[in-house]
Design a protein around this ligand. Structure first.
Ligand SMILES: Nc1ncnc2c1ncn2[C@@H]1O[C@H](COP(=O)(O)OP(=O)(O)OP(=O)(O)O)[C@@H](O)[C@H]1O
Ligand SMILES: [Mg+2]
Length: 356
């Protein structure tokens, strides 16, 4: 199965879609309905992601998706799944101007030439950029005019097949599978349209073991990178510092972060430094400044973390709400959870939008 992007591709659009973001720590699910230009959130669920063995078992995935569908109050079988940042690659590549089906085949047969890796067992999807290759190039590659800057995503075919099989066993039709890293972009476009269209901003999603940064320049993705740090590192670091176990450290991190403020700040510093280095790289290449950074993911719900990152990045940092543009029709039992959960839903909401 191919991997559609944003709102591109000729796949059938639905008016009702469930999207499930299989996060490393927490699975996030949303049910979104489209009516004309408006989008309504009619279901939401957060559930711990089971720890899969090394290989994802289709059976375990099916059981998990069944439980998530139940908690969500699923009203449709149409499902979009996301592939995590460590299981997918998303990269700009200079490619000939050809239809996406041809580009997919070229990538499959020549992955080493275009992606510097043998990825013969991957499936790919592509979106051609609007301008010539060098127009928004973050890396200093000079491409012939006949080549176009193309956004390429790939994932192992086996993983995609397993996701589709697990979803089917759970009663879903997983006809859209998207790279999770692109989710927040779609949600941001509708949440903050003026900023999306007019500024150069960083979208940072702080995950469990890793985090991602996407730099958007007037609505175009110009740089995306993964940083191998997330909420897990903060908890593990606190456990070491306080000489307590992981569960106790997690409790303190969530319940009384100000008691351990200086330790938390110093644990956030390496993440801030890595992000600052990536922003510096972009700014020097493009001679453009990033105006502000928008944070999502569980860890971004901590004011202390947001403040520490603001200090480290020397940029305005804001935790944004990727559900703010949605009309709400949630069952009463889910409404109370939304304010706490909203900041974690960017990947799922954006993935649903890609299929609507
Ligand atoms: N209020 C909070 N303050 C600090 N950390 C928090 C808070 N709420 C959640 N977290 C942390 O967020 C992390 C989980 O975040 P999230 O759900 O975004 O990860 P994930 O999506 O499962 O991971 P990934 O994106 O890497 O697959 C956990 O480490 C948890 O401790
Ligand atoms: Mg996540």
């Amino acid at each position: 199965m191919a991997m559609p992007f944003s709102n591109a591709g000729g796949r059938k659009k639905r008016d009702h879609m469930i999207a499930i973001d299989l996060g490393q720590r927490v699975t996030k699910a949303v049910q979104v309905q489209r009516t004309g230009q408006a989008f309504t959130l009619s279901g939401m669920a957060l559930m711990d992601t089971p720890i899969f063995d090394k290989a994802l078992s289709v059976q375990a995935l099916a059981e998990h998706l069944t439980a998530v569908g139940k908690a969500l109050g699923a009203k449709t079988r149409n499902l979009t799944l996301t592939v995590g940042i460590n299981d997918s690659l998303v990269r700009h590549v200079d490619m000939p101007q050809l239809p996406a089906t041809d580009l997919r085949l070229i990538l499959k047969n020549n992955s080493r030439a275009y992606l510097q890796q043998d990825l013969g067992t991957h499936v790919f999807d592509c979106v051609s950029g609007s301008g010539p290759a060098s127009a928004t190039q973050a890396e200093p590659a000079k491409a012939p005019a006949s080549k176009h800057r193309t956004l390429v995503a790939g994932a192992k075919r086996q993983l995609i097949d397993d996701l589709v099989a697990g979803a089917k066993q759970a009663g879903f039709l997983a006809d859209h599978i998207v790279p999770g890293i692109l989710g927040p972009l779609n949600a941001f476009e509708l949440t903050r349209p003026e900023v999306f269209a007019g500024e150069v901003v960083g979208l940072v999603d702080i995950g469990f073991k890793s985090s991602s940064i996407c730099i958007l320049q007037q609505g175009e993705l110009v740089l995306n990178r993964v940083v191998n740090m997330g909420g897990d590192r903060l908890t593990a670091g606190l456990a070491d510092y306080l000489n307590i176990n992981y569960a106790e450290a997690e409790g303190i991190k969530l319940g009384m972060p100000h008691e351990v403020q200086s330790a938390l700040e110093s644990l956030v510093t390496p993440l801030g430094r890595e992000l600052r280095a990536l922003i510096d790289f972009f700014e020097h290449q493009q001679d453009r400044s990033v105006s502000q950074v928008f944070l999502s993911g569980g860890t971004a719900q901590s004011d202390l973390v947001v403040q520490s990152l603001r200090h480290e990045l020397m940029l305005e940092c804001t935790a944004w709400n990727p559900t703010a543009f949605l009309e709400l029709a949630l069952p009463e039992s889910q409404t109370a959870d939304l304010p706490r959960a909203a900041g974690q839903l960017g990947v799922a909401v954006g993935a649903a939008l890609a299929a609507l």
